[in-house]
Design a protein around this ligand. Sequence first.
Ligand code: ZN
Length: 438
Amino acid sequence: MQAATLWRRLLGVEKTVVEDVELEEDLDGAVRLVAHVRPTSRTAARCGRCERRSVWYDQGAGRRRWRGLDFGEVMVFLEADAPRVRCREHGVVVAKVPWARHGAGHTYAFDQQVAWLATQCSKTAIMQLMRIAWRTVGAIITRVWDQTAAAVDPFAGLRRIGIDEISYKRGYKYLTVVVDHDTGRLVWAAAGRSRATVHAFFDALDASGRTAGEDRCSLISHVSADGAEWIADVVAKRCPDAVRCADPFHVVGWASDALDTVRRQAWNDARRAGHQIVRTSSSGRQRNIATGPALALKQARFVLWKNPEHLTHKQQVKLDWIAKNDPRLHRAYLLKEGLRLVFRLPATEAPEALERWISWARRCRIPTFVKLQHSIVKHRESILAAIEHGLSNGRIESVNTKIRLITRVAFGFKSPDALIALAMLNLGGHRPTLPGRT
Ligand SMILES: [Zn+2]
């Protein structure tokens, strides 16, 4: 085998001439390998953006380096000229190189491996293994996803969708996400939560439909959402014939929030009733320590949240204690559980059960649940539609949970694009493979 071919295979590059290879030592004594390369004549002098053959313009900023995959512990760089060409459409741009994406500082293989790692392991593992900053990971996965997205049709066959908002940056910012109910895939995500964001989704859907020769908005048969008006209004405009459903997962979430309000009131009442002691620490700071009922209620949060079938014996004892000592809180708990159960009933029994729940909540004398009952009545039709059309599965909830985890991992990325790329690469149904594998 010729040395040039061998080097091309080792570096994982194509349409590239390897001119020379040398070892270079940096100030710390670490050795790195620098391969001097150039595009083959057929691939040279092409626009970096559209790859069309273009005329040579100038030398640009001189020689540049791209990081490639390490050889064992040795870092690998490709070095080449980066001339500029004049494209008929894009003007003066840096010429395309066959080993890396336009504007990237890493080779295709390097990018690909980082994208794969981002769907497989922790932030620290990626940074240490690849010896790059987290922001670089963000930039890499953004360009990998951009290229993947351009090559696939995420909206093909889309019929039943869920639209939701996800907070990130500790709740300061929001993404609007669209999930396919039938495949469980994340199909679209964008920064923002407004009518304009929802319109942007339908615009993208429309545009993809024009390419495929379909009116894709009219093909959407079901849309589930959390009951927010900014979503409902746009859905009514853009696909008026779709059945609008409430996301059961959100409705049960409302009940859990109402229950937590009641629990906090009960806890505050117990503290005011004197069920706490003030302890002074050695540093002189005073702390209020809950005792008796106040302590029990403080610890009850998890018990009240958990599905009853998953309670441990100890937690069941705690629930029995609440039933005996705080009937009002226990009633609130039963109301939350009752609503959750409605979503598990067959579509034939759900309407009657929901009516029973509404009249029970209306008379329960717990203000937060009376208020909840108003919301349920307001969304009654879409709640029943969700049950009737079988959208009450845990799929949306599970995608939701996964996206929330990803927003936490993505903390530290500079732009929401990187967060979206991470979510789409993980949940969009087009997971990256390792370089050279299929
Ligand atoms: Zn061009």
